[in-house]
Design a protein around this ligand. Structure first.
Ligand code: PGA
Length: 236
């Protein structure tokens, strides 16, 4: 069985002066052989790199711009992320699409850039009315080989940040549909597919053995190191 991966999306929480404490708590609570990813605010990343050297913790960003460089005040580029060895980047999160008007076509450009710079994209889907259209737009022009380097995270917008995880039967149904679309439209091989939306240390038991889920994307519950450690320790 493939090892399952837990990814924390810390969103706009944890300031640099809170980081060391948070990381130390995770280090002492998570089993040493459990690898996991922390997608942190940009400002934390350079500090995080030093704090997690030679540990089981991997570094991710929560977004990046779709151009390599240029006059985009306040933005962060793929090269900047790469310069500090960022390994993962969340792209097309529902909150980016909702609050920052990000479009599927922007996400598509970002995925291609991340792949070019060898940063693993964690691409969120599930925020549009139809999955097929969303997938076709976000993954337009990507090859089977490209898809093998991407994490596809299914998140139902009704479950993000609400405390109510989606019904497990619905999750299962959606993941089957996603697999079917990728195999039919992209001739995809083995995909790395994740679920996100109000995962906590209790409901993780309902989904952790679902063979269609390889990755768990955790928002609110990643802010509490005890809760987050329990989730990480329970999946493998
Ligand atoms: P949540 O967030 O766990 O707080 O629902 C998940 C996400 O937005 O990735």
């Amino acid at each position: 069985m493939k090892k399952k991966l837990v990814i924390g999306n810390l969103k706009m929480n944890i300031a640099p002066n809170e980081l060391e404490n948070y990381i130390n708590n995770l280090k002492s609570n998570v089993n040493e052989n459990n690898e996991f990813v922390l997608c942190m605010p940009y400002i934390d990343l350079p500090f995080l790199v030093n704090l997690v050297k030679n540990t089981n913790i991997h570094i991710g960003a929560q977004n990046m711009h779709y151009e390599e460089k240029g006059s985009y005040t306040g933005e962060i580029s793929v090269k900047m992320l790469k310069s500090i060895n960022t390994e993962y980047v969340i792209l097309g999160h529902y909150e980016r699409m909702l609050y920052f008007n990000e479009k599927n076509i922007d996400v598509n450009k970002k995925i291609k850039l991340a792949l070019k710079y060898n940063i693993k994209p964690i691409v969120c889907i599930g925020s549009s009315a139809t999955l097929l259209d969303e997938i076709k737009e976000k993954f337009n022009g990507l090859s089977k080989d490209d898809l093998s380097k991407i994490i596809i995270a299914y998140e139902n917008s009704n479950s993000i940040g609400t405390g109510n995880m989606e019904e497990t039967s619905n999750i299962d149904e959606k993941l089957s549909l996603i697999n079917e679309i990728f195999h039919k439209e992209y001739n995809a091989g083995d995909l790395l597919i994740g679920y996100g939306g109000s995962i906590n240390s209790s409901n993780i038991n309902e989904i952790k053995n679902n063979s269609k889920i390889n990755v768990f994307l955790v928002g609110s519950s990643s802010l509490d190191y005890k809760e987050f450690s329990k989730i990480i320790n329970s999946v493998n």
